[in-house]
Every structure is written in structure tokens, then in C-alpha cells.
Write a protein that binds this ligand. Structure first.
Ligand code: CTP
Length: 401
């Protein structure tokens, strides 16, 4: 969900400021791009260099920095406020909370709050007594009435040595909340209200309970397509073969094993608005499947195979009005020619063609290089699989709002 998202991380002057560095890394690991703004007080706890090195971007602190008076610097709060999908202030001190509640803009962080066009998440972090003070209580209510989101602090051991409610929640909790907020604000994406089915990973065709025919698909590209569709507001169902990837948050996932299972599930969801066949489907299955393990001294030296159903072709033949069918083509030679043949033969609307011969692409890689071929256009994308997946869907479903 956070893949490709732009986050402004606001860090204020509390002891938990050091945890913001780990939070930044967690956002990046989830695929988000992060820029950091700090209050001057926060820089007493952690240096700006830590955040600029990690975010690979200058850190905004003062509206009018001493050594730089370029327009780009003092208008950063405006451009960043427009750039971001989410502005997260973690930790948010009582002081900054108070300024936000009263609309003050005496540093880059508070100025950016006023300029932000994106949702705002505040993670108030302070000593328990301060958190329970009437002023903080009132300010929290005020900012909630502005429509800002609050992630309540957790109970536990505090820097003052006291126990109480005031600790910054774990990065994982902040990420989950961030994803939830972005999703809620995304109801307007080009796939909002659309049902999207994505198939991913390999299928396994069992010979007997302990042996099977399969392929090295990791499922990474299919999972990335599912998250990319969710990022555009779609209601996504992910049907996947055996993979060792974490299930994407908030995506309905159905696990299958064989091509026959996959076909069954695809038929159940064939009324979707968009079907993305990223699964590496086995073309053959053993004609005889043994229910007990075949002993090696009793085994035949050859296995008779039969073809599986071509699911994408079946979808092409049973396409409902307005449905968009996106297939993949994995080729080792004549990429464009073979992929174009698949596009036409399987009656797909788009084929994402990739080749195994490229070092920066392929089954297990985190990266991919693809040619997107369609009836109304074609394009080339490369990069991390999740970036490529997003580019593919952004190209097919442009946001015209
Ligand atoms: N596909 C499918 N059902 C199959 C085989 C493939 O739905 N039984 C889908 C894949 O999910 C992919 C597209 O068809 O979207 C192309 O798959 P690919 O393996 O590249 O091609 P094949 O059709 O299997 O043809 P070949 O193996 O001859 O290249």
C-alpha cells in the first residue's frame, strides 16, 4: 500500500526523535519516498545529516535558513505540501501540537502543515502527565476537528523514568495507520470502485504427494501488480500459487496450488472489471497423479503429460463488456513478436512482455524490464518490480481528474 507513496516525515523535539530515523527506514523498505522536515528543537536530539543521508534529500528546518535565500528554499513548505500523499509528524511534541492547533507557522514543519494538501497524521509523544493535561486534550480535539488523524501514544516506560501513556508507537503500527489513511483518501483513484483480480506466482502440478512440476516464479511481479492496483483505489483479489512473500495488507488473498485450482478461482471471479494474469501457469500436468508416493524401484522413467487449460485464452473468450484483460509473456527469444502473437491469440487487451535473458529482470529478481504491448499503445518500463507495476497500471489507467 505504501509502495510509490510520498511521505513527509515531520520530526519534533522529543527524545523519541531518534526513533524517527528507524521509522524513515521502515517507510523506505515499504517502498515509500520520504522527505524530512524537523523543528529546530528536534535537531538537538538528532542531527539533520542523519535524516538527509537516509532520505537522500535536504532536511527542511527553517523557513528562512541563514546561508540560503533562494526561492526554492523558502517556498519548500508549499511545494512539499503539494508533493506528499501523507504528512506524518512522529514524534509530535505538545509544543508542536499546540502550534498546529492554533495555526502558527514559525518553522518549516509548522508552515508545511498549513500548506499541506494531503492527509496529516500526528503521533503525539510526551510524558504521561503532559498528555493528560487539559491544554493537550483540547488541542488534540481541535486538530481532530480539522480532520487530522491522531495515532495515540502507547503505555510504557518513558524517558523521564516514569511509566505512563506517551511512548511513540512501533514503526510497524505507524506504517499500518499511514496505509489505512492513504487508502481512505484514495477513493478517487482511477480504479476506485473497480474489482481487480490478480493472479501471481507459480502453479504446482503434482506427480505424487511429494513430487511436482513447477517453475521458479517468486510471485514478486504479481504481488506488485496487486499492490499497484490497490494504490489506484481498486478492490483487489489476489489469487496466488505457493510463494514465500508476505501477504499485502488489506488485499483479499486466495492461495491455490495447481492450474486446475487457479482456473476454478479465476472462473469464480471472472466478473471482475480487470483481470491481471501475472501467474506463471504450468502448461502441462501429469496425466496420472498418484495418491501415494511412487517408490523409485516401481517408477516409470517417463511421465505422460497433458495440457492444462489456457486460462487467459478462456478469459479472452468469455470477456464481459468493458472488462480489461492484462496478460504477461515470459520469453527467451523474439520478445515482441512472440508477445504480440499472445496478445492477439489470447484476445488480451494488454501484454506485459519480459525476457529471461536480461540480467536485471526475471523470475526471482526484485527488478524488471518490460515492454507493455496493447491495441492502443505501447511503452517500456524498467526498475524495481513494484515501481514497474505501478507505471504499467498508471499507463493503462491514467488519472484524468
Ligand atoms: N497463461 C494462462 N494459462 C496457461 C498458460 C499461460 O492463463 N495455461 C497466461 C499467463 O498467466 C500469462 C500468459 O498466459 O499471462 C502467457 O503465459 P506464457 O507462459 O508466457 O505463455 P504460454 O501461453 O504458456 O505460451 P508459451 O509457453 O508457448 O510461451
Amino acid at each position: 500500500m505504501l509502495s510509490g507513496k510520498r511521505i513527509i516525515l515531520g520530526v519534533t523535539g522529543g527524545i523519541a526523535a531518534y526513533k524517527a530515523a528507524f521509522l524513515l527506514r521502515a517507510y523506505q523498505k515499504a517502498g515509500a519516498e520520504v522527505r524530512v522536515t524537523m523543528t529546530p528543537a528536534a535537531t538537538k536530539f538528532v542531527g539533520t545529516d542523519t535524516f538527509s543521508s537516509l532520505s537522500k534529500h535536504p532536511v527542511a528546518v527553517d523557513v528562512f535558513p541563514k546561508n540560503n535565500t533562494t526561492v526554492d528554499t523558502w517556498t519548500k513548505h508549499i511545494s512539499w505540501g503539494e508533493w506528499a500523499d501523507l504528512f506524518v509528524i512522529a514524534p509530535c511534541t505538545a509544543n508542536t501540537l499546540g502550534k498546529i492547533a492554533y495555526g502558527l507557522s514559525d518553522n518549516m514543519l509548522t508552515a508545511t502543515v498549513l500548506a499541506a494538501r494531503c492527509p496529516l497524521l500526528l503521533c503525539p509523544t510526551m510524558d504521561g502527565e503532559m498528555y493528560e493535561s487539559p491544554a493537550v486534550y483540547k488541542n488534540l480535539q481541535t486538530v481532530q476537528n480539522f480532520g487530522y488523524h491522531i495515532l495515540e501514544p502507547e503505555e510504557g516506560y518513558l524517558a523521564s523514568g516514569l511509566e505512563g501513556k506517551g511512548r511513540l508507537p512501533e514503526a510497524e503500527t505507524i506504517l499500518e495507520k499511514s496505509a489505512e489513511i492513504i487508502r481512505k483518501h484514495q477513493k478517487n483513484g482511477p480504479l476506485a470502485g473497480k474489482k481487480v483480480v490478480v493472479t501471481a506466482g507459480p502453479t504446482r502440478e503434482h506427480i505424487d504427494p511429494v513430487r511436482f512440476i513447477s517453475n521458479p516464479s517468486s510471485g514478486k511481479m504479481g504481488f506488485a501488480m496487486a499492490e499497484a492496483a490497490q494504490n489506484l483505489g481498486a478492490d483487489v483479489t489476489l489469487i496466488h500459487g505457493p510463494v514465500s512473500l508476505d501477504k499485502p495488507a488489506d488485499i483479499k488473498a486466495i492461495e491455490i496450488e495447481s492450474t486446475a485450482d487457479l482456473f476454478e478461482q479465476v472462473k469464480n471471479h471472472a466478473n471482475a472489471d480487470v483481470v491481471i494474469m501475472a501467474a506463471a501457469v504450468s502448461d502441462f500436468t501429469p496425466k496420472n497423479k498418484y495418491s501415494n508416493k511412487v517408490k523409485k524401484d516401481k517408477a516409470e522413467s517417463s511421465i505422460e503429460l497433458e495440457q492444462t487449460t489456457d486460462i487467459l485464452s478462456w478469459l479472452g473468450d468469455h470477456k464481459k463488456d468493458g472488462q480489461v484483460l492484462i496478460g504477461f509473456a515470459m520469453e527467451t527469444e523474439n520478445l515482441i513478436e512472440n508477445a504480440t502473437t499472445k496478445l492477439n491469440k489470447k484476445k488480451a487487451d494488454w501484454i506485459v512482455a519480459n525476457t529471461l535473458t536480461d540480467e536485471e529482470a526475471g523470475f526471482q529478481s526484485d527488478k524488471n524490464k518490460v515492454h507493455l504491448l496493447g491495441r492502443n499503445g505501447s511503452a517500456k518500463f524498467e526498475g524495481l518490480k513494484r515501481e514497474v507495476a505501478q507505471k504499467i497500471l498508471n499507463y493503462i489507467f491514467p488519472d484524468n481528474t
